[in-house]
Design a protein around this ligand. Sequence first.
Ligand code: RP5
Length: 286
Amino acid sequence: MSKKILIAMVHVKCRSLHYPRVGNIIRLQFPDNLVPWNSEWPDYKPKDFTASFVLGKPWADQDVSEPNFCPKWNSIDGNINRQSFMGEYRVKDKRPLNPVGRTGLCGRGVLGRWGPNHAADPIVTRWKRISQGAMVIHPKSKKNILQFVAIQRRDSGEWALPGGMVDPGEVVSATLKREFLEEACRSLENPDSLEENNKIITSFFDNGEVIYTGYVDDPRNTDNAWMETVAMNFHDDDGSTIGAISLEAGDDAVGVCWMDVSQELHLYASHSDFIAKVAAKHGAHW
Ligand code: RP5
């Protein structure tokens, strides 16, 4: 019988020295072997940080010390999903523990929810073609080149998928479509062509395939708050629908483009891993 080898996930981007978006918050630095909670580190005492702009926001939880804050961990809590794709997470001293392990910072950082913060990432793809319509073949791999819609994030300047947070009570399919329109396709909201565009988009977003569900190695993660996502691929094989529309950045995006898929990509958080899966699924150049 073949033995199953389990490789523990080690997060990297959420252990960088400087915590993002806020000045001068430093994470404790440590080697990979100390990431899992079951690695002995009795003196582990990272900085406790929750950004002041998070407090009191309608999209954020209250502090765990508030007597009237009684979240139902590991459950659907009213219209907030506090379940993790990673299984049941532990709660210590009233705070959920990051299922991957230590990050060198506790509190919520800039994230709104204690525990999982759920997002959705649309991976919209088409084949790269020359203007006459023929597909472009990569000279080395001899495989067709896939392109996906990438946005440039306003907060870090990094290129990323046009994903976003799932609103309380929102179904993931609605988040995927909403975030794509807000961040990459502002032009489709033009009132003159809204009805026609809505038809194209609705049928396009009806046919997606789940690529990944789970933890995201997001630079904002902490020991007590982390990102999880559902990444879905929506593919325009002949480039005639979404593949033909003009992109326009909006909301939290300052740039948008059709980006060639290859292993040279350096994207935000774990997004390159999702793109690698999509390339393999389509047998595209990587
Ligand atoms: C990432 O953060 C997810 O994969 C998703 O792309 C994104 C959601 O956060 P915002 O873009 O709304 O900040 O972890």
